[in-house]
Design a protein around this ligand. Sequence first.
Ligand SMILES: *Cc1c(COP(=O)(O)O)cnc(C)c1O
Length: 405
Amino acid sequence: MKAAATPSLDRFSQPDAAGHFGPYGGLFVPETLMTALEELSAAYAAAKADPGFQADLAGHLRDFAGRPTPIYFAERLTAHCGGARIYFKREDLLHTGAHKINNALGQALLARRMGKKRIIAETGAGQHGVATAAVCARFGLECVIYMGAVDMERQALNVFRMRLMGAEVRGVEAGQRTLKEAINEAMRDWVTNVRTTHYILGTVYGAHPYPMMVRDFHRVIGTEARAQILGREGRLPDELIACVGGGSNAMGLFFDFLEDPGVRMIGVEAGGRGIRTGEHAARFAGGRLGVLQGCETFILQDGDGQIELTHSVSAGLDYPAVGPEHAFYRDRGRIEFAYATDEEVLEAFRLCSRLEGIIPALESSHALVHALKRARALPADKVIVVSLSGRGDKDVQQVAAILKK
Ligand SMILES: *Cc1c(COP(=O)(O)O)cnc(C)c1O
């Protein structure tokens, strides 16, 4: 496959003025937030076009977050599978332990530019909360994080980290007490305090311009990976594989390869205890079109449109809806989707730890499960790049408890 120059993607990858990626996306929010979202769109467009803003962001990504992250040849996992060469894009090495900091930094700088001194955010696994707390400490911004009570228990260490860095963590007791309810509370706060407050949404989800903006802030993952794999292999990879919660690490890795038809892209959702049990978060395997928390997309819902309960061993993938841009590229046949079950994920988590000396996040382990399957199926001259979206330090207590049972 011949390597093309980094393409300009403006032809079909930008949403329309109301934030639609084909039939998906849009702007489904209360009246009171419309003005704020329009202001945000305008401020973001100006910042994106401002070389000063981009240089400032690049400097913080380098010195504070630790970019560029390496591309790493997983030699022993490759040998173990006996097929395609497996590379990791090492987002796990970033400050605060996951890709989330790319977006948190971008949005914090944008909030500062807009004169907003109070930040709110939602968090599932706690990684987005930790990244947001860190950038707020760095820039002296007030920080309130909403987190489901169940997630606070699963990720107690991350709650402590956020508080150490000066954030107020507000537990949410409503409903299933996980990410969906935390987002509802954050939206409620934003409606009330919109004049002073910026909402740092943590994935490629929600009302326009969030899906587009968050994608742009993570695009650096794929820009780097493209140059790095060209340097190492002298050609583009055959497959890119990333886990998909809302879809930000996946979209970030995939974006710069969208116009390379020889590069296959696969997003991996949370299969939980299996699709037939109903206890999962695989929106494309069991979901239907609907509207939730600001946008139209694939959602896990029952016949009456009630949002279904979800389950995943990883809090970061435990959400009933998926980013609208993923739905769009799935329709176009550009991004394919698979899922990994909790059991497979725990096995990959242990295998990667033992063979590579890298403890991956449970979220990233979903991508690993599928990468191992693909590596076994492909010949040795093929190349797979896996998004190692985060490190598993936050997960070791939970895994220890599961393995004890
Ligand atoms: C939050 C998180 C995810 C899921 O979010 P996306 O927006 O789908 O990337 C994946 N991996 C890690 C390590 C996370 O912290």
